[in-house]
Design a protein around this ligand. Sequence first.
Ligand code: GLN
Ligand code: ZN
Length: 761
Amino acid sequence: MTDNHKIGAFRATVAGLPRIGPRRELKRALEAYWAGKADADLLAGVSRDLRRAAWRGLLDGGVDALPTNTFSYYDQMLDTAALLGALPRRYAAIDDDRDRYFAAARGTDRLAPLEMTKWFDTNYHYLVPEIADDTDFALHPEAVLDDLALARTVAGDRSGVSLRPVIIGPATFLSLAKPAPGSADPWTRLAELVDLHAELLPKLAAAGASWVQFDEPVLATDLSAGRIDEITAAYRRLAAVADRPAIMVQSYFGDPGPALGPLAASGIDGVGLDLVAGGVPDGVDLSGLTVAAGVIDGRNVWRTDLDAAIATLHELAARSGSLAVSTSCSLLHVPYGLDGEDALDPAVREWLAFGAEKIDEVGTLARALADGPHAVAPRLAEARRAAERRSADPRVRRPEVRERVAAARAGRTGRSDAAERARVQAERLDLPALPTTTIGSFPQTPQIRRARAEYRAGRLDHDAYARVMRGHIAEVIELQSGLGLDVLVHGEPERNDMVQYFGELLDGFAITANGWVQSYGSRCVRPPILWGDVSRPAPMTVEWIGYAQSLTDRPVKGMLTGPVTILAWSFVRDDQLLAEVADQVAVAIREECADLEAAGTVIIQVDEPALRELLPLRRSEQPAYLDWAVGAFRLATSGVADATQIHTHLCYSEFGEVIEAIDGLDADVTSVEAARSGMEVLGDLAGSGFGRAVGPGVYDIHSPRVPETTEMTTLLHRALDVLPAERLWVNPDCGLKTRGEAEVRRALTNLVAAAREVRAR
Ligand code: GLN
Ligand code: ZN
């Protein structure tokens, strides 16, 4: 081994960078490329500009170690699969590298894309690598090396700046991959992958990387002792490679627990630790290692308590060979910067740090460590003042909200048991067997989007806006009545997003102008910022649902988003237990339920698609989470009469650890995704003794394909094998917002026909 990996001491870095662009430049370039309106050169140019700008931003902020390879045209797991030659064979016939990559990401007319799922407990989606027994791993390092070369041009001759390619580590890559049908567990291929990485390392060193960062968030999950041994052996092998860069293993979204000790002793050179989600590790010898101390929160938007961070850094500095300030995880999960957020309440804005501000905090802390806190005294004083103003702001903790929550908790259990409620509801609703309904949203047409945008911009007053929305609601009601659906919806035209809509109407939330965060590929979300005690100044949905109900004799469902989902898809406060915040949101939803009920709504659906997403990564923490999550849902929904039917909707079909919690929600009807898995989900639910009504999706809304009636009757018959007819509803997998109008009309026609056919037998 040469000494080249010893020269890269550094003081300040970030674990990773966002890539969609400060003004979503990549989104626009990708969509133009996919639409055939931009060529590959234009797309590559946008990519290079974004990468250069991001590195320059780091250098200007005082960062002396640039992460590379954090840009992606779509997703970092897909990039890793491409690097390792692990794209499924079905795409091999596509000659062009970039088009092959996009085919795996998005599919083509003939080829299904890779499956997509959520990245640990975040709202980011990655593509799930598919590993077949005949997958021939082979190294394709060109993209990583090109990126490194580009970074070299930015770092130029600045002395002391090190470059560090970031690669998803083999343990995480294989743990998240799935076997192709009939193939072995991808984990059995670990040694082969490590061989490829061993081949890659000298190439990186030769191209100017003094470090390499292997991202291993899987270390924050429960791993068996055997797994930890295998992972340690893999890194021991990589550490023994000659002419390599220094190796940093980066864990995030929690602490690496029992894996840290063995890894630290494996011969690697550094570890990156998430000190926001996890603590300073006890009893592990770090004295031979560089520690990248993730004291700046990469996942949330609050200004860092710099004094506390300095204390943590000193504690670790005394124990580690060399210390660098870093972020807890990649900045992928936060917006680019506060620049331009002039519409934010200035008080709230002062409490925040987005990407650019976090980079600045990294630089500030690094200077404090190097030159002493006096060197950054004004910055520390400013942060202290902001923190003081935040905790003293009377809108942050409001006694009247806390009293209302306490009162609602005390009066929470007003409803009879589920069987009694089912009896009362059956009498009142008088629905046929296998009632048909939808999940809520109908196609969001360009006219709907335009009207919302005009209203937001102040070019449409409320009356004019309401007229447009009412027009769409009337169309959707007429469509559903004509199709013969039994329980109708208003179609949600007024909602840009099922969380943001409520964030805009509740007190305690702020909405950004440009706070976009990548969700997957070119898709971004703009999560609201929950900063203070939550209350509901006025009814939020009654106007629309009430109007819809006035047009028909059939029941129209009231549509609400549940407290857990509202938290999961917002930036949440860090000065308050999440359980407490959840109950505040729950009380607001509970009040909305009461108003809907008073206005004549007989069925209310409270969606909780994110119930599983917030599940803690460590099993030991899951029961406490499920306890408050279920408690909040019940607080939201238990204020209504027995005769008011509560529905909930979950967006997935694999329940795993949340199956008991779903029972605990105590909703009268639960709709779930089921079409793609052929109703398998019902076996799981029935097996767990779930005794309430279920609406398993019979129409996969993720695909433009319209299923035939017979496909849906087949699914319904399968459902009837495990569920009695009185407990079966007929509905699509999820909302219809992203589908075309013609498709939806045909699919729902077939859905109603399928329900009628099965009823008749
Ligand atoms: N009611 C919402 C809709 O139909 C539910 C969306 C979701 O489950 N993500 O759009
Ligand atoms: Zn859904």
